[in-house]
Design a protein. Structure first.
Length: 195
């Protein structure tokens, strides 16, 4: 995946051997393989709110990667209290009712750096629509596809003591990508703690 490869290339020179890395919204933990292929030795952890996905990571990834299943937890970002040297959160906050509470938790739990990829633009756009891509019988379920103001998100990160660098998104060329029939302007922000 382009996103996982880019995340690994950005973080590889920053995350030192033995540091901890949290993949917030880890899914099945597939980003681990991009880090592994690039020689990253940070201790990989993952949280996701979906129990079936965490079960998948424990059942499929852990044995192949020789990782203890305890590294993957069913947990909401908003409930996160443990600290990690690096926090990674790609394509997750866009699907939250609002970014501030989960991003605040991630910033408070990040000792050194945070890497985000979210739907960011000039202004706030909140979409809460039925998802026609879900299984039949479930297409009435509404999901968020929010676009948050880039300047506001950057200022929010800075207010928690991070220097924020914008990095062009390789997958979209900093353009837009259709996700579930909704345009997403994926932008990558690297926050490095300065205080």
């Amino acid at each position: 995946m382009t996103c996982a490869a880019q995340a690994a290339r950005i973080l590889a020179p920053l995350a030192a051997d033995g540091e901890t890395l949290l993949d917030a919204g880890c899914g099945g933990g597939y980003y681990y393989w991009s880090f592994h292929r690039r020689g990253m030795t940070a201790e990989y952890h993952g949280i996701d709110y979906t129990p079936e996905i965490i079960d998948l990571a424990r059942r499929e990834l852990c044995p192949r990667a020789a990782l203890p299943p305890s590294r993957f937890q069913v947990e909401a970002i908003e409930d996160l209290e443990r600290e990690f040297d690096t926090v990674l959160c790609f394509n997750v906050l866009t699907n939250s009712p609002h970014y501030k509470l989960p991003l605040e938790r991630l910033l408070r739990c990040s000792r050194k750096r945070i890497l985000l990829r979210e739907n960011l633009g000039d202004a706030l756009s909140v979409r809460y629509d039925p998802d026609p891509n879900l299984d039949e019988g479930r297409r009435h379920i509404r999901v968020y596809h929010n676009r948050y103001p880039l300047a506001e998100v950057t200022a929010f990160m800075e207010s928690f003591g991070f220097r924020v660098t914008r990095i062009p998104d390789e997958r979209t060329g900093d353009g837009e990508e259709m996700v579930c029939d909704v345009p997403h302007a994926w932008r990558i922000l690297l926050g490095e703690r300065v205080r």
